[in-house]
Ligand binder design. Structure first.
Ligand code: ZN
Length: 509
């Protein structure tokens, strides 16, 4: 049919239609996945797995169709004739990147990988509570082999490069390793200084807080900061996540613990941050490959900026604490705002990444990053992973995990995705978030005061204008450079941590 497409405009229009169909298939799979984790009865599991696999496979086949490859080749002069930032040029550019990546990976391999991922996840969900690393070991060994095989379809300097590039396009082991090294060097003394102070009493957060009220409060906060419930909704799921079916339907989930106020509250702000990014994508990009976050790191920068830099700031609680206190009068009535603010910012060396405070968090990520590199390089055998994990926790955080379920089996990533390529996004996100926010308040110094008064518009609009609206039009590297005028650096994050925690702990950092 490409023979009938004679003009570049006709070819472009045909390409756009195909890409929209691919996007529709992916969105349909996302709806099925959302339903599976929120509402579906347990009996639906087997059929649902098959249905999602069918849609994913059709979408993949449509994308790697050689006709698409030919059209993308034919459209090179058309693309070059257009401005770099035009939607047309960006769609062709990003579609070519997706096509090149997907067409290198054989469909037969994709099927093998997803089958093994499903099996490994299933085993992990049982082995983790049973603290039985032996049960997942052979699965993880095969997952490591498959991760190496995945990398082998691409040219690389380091075997983890293609895995990192898939989540954080343009990043490599060399760049991420260097950021982690700089970060560790500066963070370790800060953590030491803070944790030698008397610990903060955060017991006010661990009382009984009714589920119903927690949900009401969380929704109110999400709405106030800019999450649009007319184009989204919130449900419960075992692990909080956000998912997008179109720019006008971006959903979030939460998990509520009636004995822990922070769980639902901060996961709601976190997921709302992810979702506001996707809701803020320019409407004209809907149905194109540009209608998504540009990288794992940039996505995480938006969730963590709202969750930590805003949601754990003193100004934010100047605005919301009276309302929270009013809702939980018996529990929080006697707790001053200062006490509450210190409690939600308590720094402690702890074994669990997802419970970690923002100061120690990146040390948890650094451990995983270096262990997965060691496994991929063949320097660390899977059977020695639990011991290596514990040694690193002892040397870097001064604690020994109680068992392997709190140790090497703690996170799902290696047991459902690939070994390598995922963890770095969390730390890249923390660094990017701090760098974006530093710039935002340089341009609009009134932002912190506006937040204190409950006006989140100023920050929201700055982020929408500079980041959200573009979707995948620019790479992470391009956005950071364009928006902040500098390449990604650890300094804004370190400065932010130093200023904030020196005040909280009343020490010099
Ligand atoms: Zn996130």
């Amino acid at each position: 049919m490409s023979a009938t497409l004679t003009t570049p405009e006709a070819k472009y229009s045909y390409l756009k239609t195909c890409l929209c169909q691919i996007k529709d298939l992916e969105a349909a799979a996302a709806v099925l996945n959302w339903d599976q984790t929120t509402l579906m009865p347990p009996g639906g599991v087997a059929a649902r797995g098959r249905q999602i696999a069918t849609l994913t496979q059709i979408a993949h086949e449509k994308l790697i169709d050689p006709t698409i490859g030919q059209i993308l080749e034919d459209l090179r002069p058309y693309e070059e004739s257009l401005p770099y930032d035009s939607p047309e040029a960006a769609i062709v550019r990003v579609a070519r990147r997706d096509y090149d990546r997907s067409s290198r990976i054989p469909s037969e391999f994709m099927a093998r990988l997803s089958e093994h991922q499903a099996a490994t996840y299933e085993i992990w969900t049982k082995a983790k509570p049973a603290n039985d690393f032996g049960a997942v070991r052979p699965y993880l060994e095969k997952m490591l082999d498959l991760s190496r095989e995945m990398a082998s379809f691409f040219p690389y300097e380091h075997v983890a490069d293609p895995l990192i590039d898939s989540e954080d396009y343009g990043m490599s082991v060399a760049t991420v390793r260097s950021l982690f090294a700089q970060l560790r060097e500066k963070l370790v003394p800060i953590v030491e200084a803070i944790t030698s102070c008397p610990p903060i009493d955060d017991s006010c957060l661990y009382q009984y807080f009714s589920k119903k009220r927690q949900v009401v409060f969380g929704r109110m906060v999400a709405e106030r900061i800019g999450y649009n419930f007319q184009r989204g909704r919130q449900d419960e799921s075992p692990h909080p996540f956000s998912t997008s079916f179109s720019v006008d339907d971006v959903r979030i989930t939460t998990r509520i613990d009636e004995n822990n106020l922070t769980e639902a509250l901060f996961s709601t702000i976190h997921e709302a941050g992810h979702a506001m990014y996707e809701q803020g994508i320019a409407p004209e990009l809907e149905g194109t490959p540009l209608a998504a976050g540009t990288s794992g790191g940039v996505h995480e920068s938006q969730s963590r900026l709202w969750e930590n830099i805003v949601g754990r700031s003193r100004g934010f609680w100047e605005c919301f604490y009276p309302q929270l206190q009013g809702m939980f009068l018996r529990e929080l009535g006697p707790v001053s705002i200062e006490k509450f603010y210190r409690a939600i910012n308590k720094v402690a060396k702890s074994p669990i990444r997802t419970d970690a405070d923002e100061v120690t968090y990146n040390l948890h990520v650094a451990i995983r990053f270096s262990l997965e590199l060691a496994m991929l390089e063949g320097k660390l055998e899977v059977r020695d992973l639990p011991e290596a994990w514990n040694e690193r926790y002892k040397s870097d955080l001064g604690i020994l995990p109680a068992n392997d379920s709190q140790g090497a089996m703690q996170d799902v990533h290696w047991f459902c995705g690939t070994v390598g390529g995922m963890f770095q996004s969390y730390t890249l996100g923390n660094l990017m978030g701090a760098q974006f926010y530093e710039k935002a308040i340089k341009i609009n110094p009134e932002i912190p005061v506006a937040i204190e008064r409950g006006n989140f518009n100023m920050l929201y609009h700055w982020l929408k204008e500079n980041i959200y609206q573009h979707g995948r039009k620019y790479t992470a590297e391009e956005i950071i450079k364009e928006v902040t005028g500098a390449p990604l650096s650890v300094n804004p994050f370190i400065d932010y941590i130093r200023n904030k925690y020196a005040a909280i702990y009343q020490i010099e950092l």
